[in-house]
Ligand binder design. Structure first.
Ligand code: IPE
Ligand code: IPE
Ligand code: MG
Length: 257
């Protein structure tokens, strides 16, 4: 079951929560190194932090959480680090299945799963299958994911299915992206102080609010997550309109277009 949380978001803040938060979990290696430990120690603690932040997100009422866990480019890391990460992934999925079933969490994955070792791929596919009927909360792991690769794959399958003639509109094209079942991210959090997207959800991020925390991922706990939400709910999202137009529609939401 979800545990009770202490946060200081007001009822008005809670009405403005993001529907989809995507997190670039960065800094595990630097955090470990600052303690004189191996990088994998950082990844292990990073996984522990996943549980607490994801739990906090669902508990407060954010229905979609997407985590950047392994990028296409992370394939260039040392073999030992990659296999350590994959073992942690398998362990995490096996351990968390019970919680996912109890709390109504559906697991999805984006990325090229065929590039994962068989045991990790199997664990991901099994968990997706087992949690398929859960509808309350949506956890998506980006695994061997790269936005450019996702777009190229979408272009190829669009051409295969619909023929190469004619340009699709955005709704049609986005239905070929791996994120087709997810709303666009409203808030993208990156930890460890880096101001870049590193090939994550480049098109889906078109109007996402971006929050960069100086904390490394293993130390970016619930409180830091709630601070990011507090920052988000105070922002004005204009989607190309003027501030006056936005103020008018938010005062009179019934007539909002
Ligand atoms: C994020 O932490 C986890 C992954 C990319 C898998 P890093 O491993 O990138 O940590 P730093 O950036 O080297 O500190
Ligand atoms: C982005 O972090 C990928 C993940 C968090 C999985 P990286 O550590 O790989 O990003 P760069 O290389 O610093 O841009
Ligand atoms: Mg990094």
């Amino acid at each position: 079951m979800f545990t009770a949380d202490m946060h200081d978001l007001t009822p008005e803040d809670l009405e403005r929560l993001p529907r989809h938060v995507a997190i670039i979990m960065d800094g595990n290696g630097r955090w470990a190194r600052s303690l004189g430990k191996p990088r994998l120690f950082g990844h292990r603690n990073g996984v522990e932090n996943v549980k607490s932040v994801v739990n906090a997100a669902f508990k407060i009422g954010v229905p979609y959480v997407t985590l950047y866990a392994f990028s296409t480019e992370n394939q260039n890391r040392p073999g030992e680090e990659k296999s350590g990460l994959m073992r942690l992934l398998e362990e995490f999925l096996k351990r968390e299945l019970k919680t996912m079933m109890g709390d109504g969490i559906r697991l999805r994955a984006i990325g090229d799963l065929s590039g994962l070792p068989g045991f990790a791929r199997k664990a991901v596919e099994q968990t997706m299958e087992q949690t398929r009927a859960n509808t309350d909360w949506n956890l998506t792991l980006a695994l061997n994911y790269g936005s450019r690769q996702e777009v190229l794959e979408a272009v190829h399958s669009y051409a295969r299915n619909e023929g190469a003639d004619g340009a699709p509109d955005w709704n049609t094209f986005s239905s070929y992206l791996q994120t087709r079942d997810l709303p666009d991210p409203d808030l993208i959090i990156r930890t460890s102080g880096e101001f870049r997207l590193s090939n994550f959800l480049l098109l889906q991020a078109a109007y996402a609010e971006i929050f960069v925390s100086p904390l490394h991922w293993p130390e970016f706990g619930r409180d830091a997550f709630f601070d990011a939400l507090k920052d988000y709910v105070r922002r004005e999202r204009r989607f190309g309109k003027t501030g006056d137009q936005v103020a008018e529609t938010s005062q009179n939401p019934v007539t909002a277009s």
